[in-house]
Design a binder for this molecule. Structure first.
Ligand code: KIV
Length: 249
């Protein structure tokens, strides 16, 4: 299992880090069998697994079930547990919630933005933290690329530097211009993991349902599809139905 130190060593050696979301036992087993470096139990499960409209619709109780399932399915992989909306609203609440994830077997937690006093408290109490900058789905007003104006880019750089100085071992950079992803990657010690952050980040993350083609909707422009599991699943179900219907009475 890769520790935060191993992950940072990859940055030093220039080796890319692969992260993918997974949410349940079966897919965690699949991701581990494929050899992915890190599994993120993202709050994107609000959309992909539960059919909610916004990631902020999911809470701790639901996240705990999914994090536990993934830890059981991928016991030898670094599992990053995503802090759901408001679960990190103050340092003590964030610590108590992060602890619950770590006690289930998570290797680190991820949180969006720079909630006041939280990151220093978590890092100071032995919780490895992955930050998240750029597009922050829990609070974003829209899903447009962030950091296009000088002012917005400067504020993302400031947040990235701030969380780096606080000791985050890693940070997700979501939906920002490639040049900004490159700039931040060059200025922080933390490992940068891009999703729509260009090719220069230290690693990449994708939502499993986009990467494996598991939904009917359109992928975001930056998310490639590597297989069409939705079509494969429908085909399998149809074969099963045919098999049932054609069986002799
Ligand atoms: O919840 C999630 O899946 C995420 C990724 C988009 C990075 O935060």
């Amino acid at each position: 299992m890769l520790s935060p130190i191993d992950i940072k060593n990859r940055k030093l050696k220039g080796e890319k880090v692969s992260m993918i979301t997974a949410y349940d036992y079966a897919f965690a087993q699949m991701a581990e069998a494929a050899g992915v470096d890190q599994i993120l139990v993202g709050d994107s499960l609000a959309n992909t697994m539960l059919g909610y409209k916004k990631t902020s619709d999911v809470g701790m109780n639901e996240m705990l079930v999914f994090v536990a399932a993934v830890c059981r399915g991928a016991p030898n992989t670094h599992v990053v547990a995503d802090m759901p909306y408001l679960s990190d609203r103050d340092p003590q609440t964030a610590y108590d919630n992060a602890r619950r994830f770590m006690d289930l077997g998570a290797s680190s937690i991820k949180l969006e933005g720079t909630p006041e006093g939280v990151i220093e408290f978590l890092c100071g109490h032995g919780i490895p933290v992955c930050a998240h900058h750029g597009l922050l789905p829990q609070t974003a007003e829209n899903f447009k690329q962030k950091g296009r104006t000088e002012e917005e880019a400067a504020s993302i750089i400031k947040a990235a530097k701030f969380t780096d100085d606080l000791g985050c071992f890693e940070m997700v950079l979501e939906h920002i211009p490639e040049e900004l992803g490159k700039r931040i990657t060059g200025m922080v010690n933390a490992v940068t993991i891009g999703i729509g952050g260009g090719k220069f980040t230290d690693g990449q993350v994708l939502v499993m349902h986009d990467a494996l083609g598991m939904h009917l909707g359109k992928n975001p422009p930056f998310a490639p599809k590597f297989v069409d599991m939705f079509a494969l699943g429908v085909e399998g179900f149809r074969k099963y139905i045919e098999n049932v219907k054609s069986a002799a009475k």
